[in-house]
Design a protein around this ligand. Structure first.
Ligand SMILES: Nc1ncnc2c1ncn2[C@@H]1O[C@H](COP(=O)(O)OP(=O)(O)OP(=O)(O)O)[C@@H](O)[C@H]1O
Ligand SMILES: [Mg+2]
Length: 451
């Protein structure tokens, strides 16, 4: 026998019912129902926690629980945007007509349909029999297809409201005429509230990530700005070489008879120098352009070498010798090349800036990579600068902490956020003898074998 269906009561149950006291079986049923509701709520909360960026699994879980707990046969979760609804999750038979509750398409708000009534009133719209609804009798095609293709009869639509603003709805439908109880209507309202919370927290999370990305981009551009003089110097070399190569070629060609072979070699040198200059510009362009985060399988050594090429002149200008010790056969890591290069750029510049304060002693920058099991790849940047004081060590990664007159103090906090966003760890140690050591790990995807 179906739960909720009326049954004739006899004996002691009949007497308690007459006195308005719930019978033992009613109490048992209520307890079961409450347990089911609690399980559903924790399932939805788990879905929200497990999927902070993707709403789809959350919507699917909410709808699955809402239809099951309300003994409905069909259901949909709709979002309301630009004055129209679109279905983002649905429960319908696999072979249902594709145009019945079509996914991701604007449904259109036609007057007098249950959806337009919901948009107007913003309260639950309960239709005991959709086939008797005026919109169906007027042959509204959206309502007709739900009744005729899906066999829907009793329909309940509950709004999702954010401070009175309609942001979506949950609908559950039965293929027989059997109105929903008040308790079931309340239950759907609870699910609608959960969907609203999930939607809002995901939107906030997206906004937060966007702000972070904008900030990271702004500081990247500022960092490149600090390097302008060195980069200009880096570019001057190949460009002067190109001019010299051109003059040399002309001289070979002016000879009688022209020295074609020699002229050809000069032109080949010009092409090489032009490519060198082009590479520098390409790297700067990559770091300055504002692209959305994009994860790819990458070779961390190659990404590091590109950054050291960009900072070479800055190191030379400050009398810093750069040594690299990059491990062979590192696993490829999954990450955003530009973001990870930003981390390297900041660590290298910090090290050069720290060493440039030294009046004496060697100025050496070591950049190393190694394969660390099971974390993945570990990158180390060590300098022979003044090192890190306890106060420094404690506050390094705080936003806006800087000891430099022209520093913003955002470099390391952004680096840490980027590394943690890649599932890794960034930390600093005051190097035993002198200098500072910064290390970070980036996990390698488990299904990627060393190249
Ligand atoms: N290699 C290092 N050696 C010594 N101190 C360092 C080193 N790297 C960072 N620090 C200290 O940590 C502080 C914070 O570094 P962070 O990169 O976050 O900001 P910043 O370099 O001061 O400014 P910016 O935002 O321009 O990068 C620095 O001001 C400096 O005091
Ligand atoms: Mg810095």
């Amino acid at each position: 026998m179906k739960r909720g269906a009326k049954k004739e009561k006899t004996g002691p149950e009949a007497r308690t019912a007459r006195r308005g006291i719930p019978s033992r079986s009613e109490l048992q049923w209520q307890v079961t129902e409450l347990a089911e509701q609690r399980a559903a709520i924790s399932e939805v909360l788990r879905a929200i926690a497990d999927s902070p960026h993707d709403l789809q699994p959350i919507f699917d879980t909410i709808l699955a629980n809402a239809t099951r707990l309300c003994r409905a046969h069909l259901g949909a979760l709709l979002l309301f945007e630009e004055n129209d609804f679109r279905v983002v999750a649905r429960r319908a038979p696999k072979n249902a007509a594709p145009d019945a509750l079509p996914l991701q398409q604007p449904l259109g708000l036609r007057p007098n349909t249950p959806l337009s009534r919901l948009a107007k009133k913003r309260t639950p719209i309960h239709d005991a029999d959709l086939a008797a609804d005026q919109s169906y009798l007027d042959r509204d095609f959206g309502v007709a297809i739900v009744v005729e293709s899906l066999g829907a009869r009793t329909s309940l639509l509950v709004p999702m409201l954010k401070e009175d603003e309609l942001i979506g709805a949950i609908t559950v439908l039965r293929t027989e005429v059997q109105p929903f109880t008040q308790r079931q209507i309340d239950l759907i309202a609870d699910f609608a509230a959960q969907a609203t919370i999930a939607l809002e927290s995901t939107r906030r999370e997206r906004q937060y990530r966007q702000v972070n990305m904008d900030l990271a981009h702004a500081t990247r551009v500022a960092t490149i700005g600090q390097l302008t003089a060195s980069i200009a110097h880096e570019l001057k070399q190949p460009i002067s070489a190109i001019a010299i190569g051109g003059e040399t070629s002309l001289r070979w060609l002016a000879r009688q008879p022209p020295e074609i072979e020699e002229a050809k070699q000069s032109v080949e040198t010009i092409i090489k120098d032009a490519n060198r200059a082009n590479d520098v510009i390409g790297r700067i362009h990559g770091l300055i352009t504002k692209n959305p985060a994009c994860k790819e399988l990458l070779d961390i050594n190659a990404a590091i070498l590109e950054v050291t090429a960009l900072t070479r002149s800055e190191a030379v200008k400050n009398g810093v010798a750069v040594r690299t010790q990059l491990a062979d056969h590192l696993p490829r890591i999954e990450g955003d090349r530009v973001q990870l290069q930003q981390v390297m750029l900041n660590l290298i510049l910090n090290a050069i800036q720290a060493m440039s304060e030294l009046c004496e002693g060697i100025r050496e920058l070591h950049i190393g990579t190694e394969n660390v099991e099971p974390e993945g790849v570990c990158v180390a940047v060590r300098d022979s600068g003044p090192g890190l004081s306890p106060e420094n060590l404690r506050r390094l990664f705080e936003p806006f902490y800087t000891t430099k007159s022209n520093g913003m103090g955002m470099g390391l906090s952004i680096c840490r956020r980027i590394v943690e966003g890649h599932g890794g760890r960034l930390w600093a140690t005051g190097h035993a003898s002198q200098g500072a050591l910064f290390q970070f790990t980036i996990p390698a995807p488990t299904d990627v074998i060393s190249r």
